[in-house]
Design a protein around this ligand. Structure first.
Ligand code: NAD
Length: 266
């Protein structure tokens, strides 16, 4: 059994680094034509696209701020101009602006919600409209489009000092499930992945050195995750191997959401 998304068109947001980069790379390796969205760092996105093309694949890099409606519309337009359709959206872009709740500014709150939650709404809406416009493509996939939202274990686990981030990820859970309920009958599949501690730029301070060792105490499986761990799950969720998986969040966290503090009788 081989996982394939051959010739399907995949758009990955925030793909110039970290999990988005790994997802774009993995989708391309599984045969997809990939649109690599970046926000502020064009160079790694352009380099990834060039690398995929050198390997015989198809990829372009497109800049867009996912929190801006016009940018998202233009991103979808560029996707369809380049590849004629969209089959898979990985709504991955996200950021943190941490502060104790009494010191959190409205700007910090708004920025995180706008990118992490409104951005996911805008991208999902644009993808759903495109799925409807283009209709089924049964020679490529059983579903008439697939959306994978990038959530976090913090859709479940409260996180002191990160209320804006946790609220945005909690919001993604019900956004994803509500959309899934609404569009299931159109044969569009909508799911989320919820990573735990995966070593990327977003959490470099907490996954390395002494902090990294402390963090391991929260991971029953005993290792910090790698971007490939998430990318593997995203490719599976995008493929027909998961065709009956709909409205689900897949936790990719080495057991972080198992309340590891209770391991020794609480
Ligand atoms: P990262 O900082 O490497 O990636 C985040 C990406 O989002 C960057 O490429 C950035 O350019 C992009 N981005 C930020 N603002 C944007 C905007 N306005 N428009 C478009 N793109 C924008 O970190 P990462 O760990 O790869 O994070 C990717 C996603 O995974 C985020 O949604 C994050 O919340 C989620 N996540 C990460 C972890 C982890 O442990 N690394 C755990 C749980 C969830």
């Amino acid at each position: 059994m081989q996982i394939s998304v051959d010739k399907q068109v995949a758009l990955v947001t925030g793909a110039s680094s970290g999990l988005g980069y790994a997802c774009a790379q993995a989708l391309a390796a599984a045969g997809a034509q990939v649109v690599i969205n970046y926000h502020s760092h064009a160079e790694p996105a352009e380099a990834l696209a060039a690398g995929i093309r050198e390997q015989g694949g198809q990829a372009i890099a497109v800049g867009a701020d996912v929190s801006q409606e016009q940018d998202v519309e233009a991103l979808l337009g560029a996707t369809v101009d380049a590849f004629g359709a969209l089959d898979i959206l990985v709504a991955n872009s996200g950021l943190q602006q941490d502060a104790p709740i009494t010191e959190m500014t409205l700007e910090q709150w708004n920025t995180v919600l706008q990118v992490n939650l409104t951005g996911q709404f805008l991208c999902a809406r644009a993808a759903l409209r495109q799925f409807k416009r283009q209709g089924p493509r049964p020679w490529l996939s059983r579903a008439h489009g697939k959306i994978i939202h990038m959530s976090s274990v913090h859709q479940l686990i409260p996180w002191a000092g990160h209320a804006n981030y946790a609220a945005s990820k909690g919001g993604i859970d019900l956004l994803m499930r509500s959309i899934a309920q609404e569009v299931g009958e159109q044969h569009i599949r909508v799911n989320a992945v919820a990573p735990g501690a995966i070593a990327t730029a977003i959490n470099a301070e907490t996954t390395q050195g002494e902090a990294g060792k402390r963090l391991l105490g929260l991971v029953p499986y005993g290792r910090i995750g790698e971007p490939q761990d998430v990318a593997n799950a995203v490719v599976w969720l995008a493929s027909d191997l998961s065709d009956y998986v709909h409205g689900t969040t897949l936790f990719i966290d080495g057991g972080m959401s198992l309340y590891p503090g209770f391991r020794d009788n609480g």
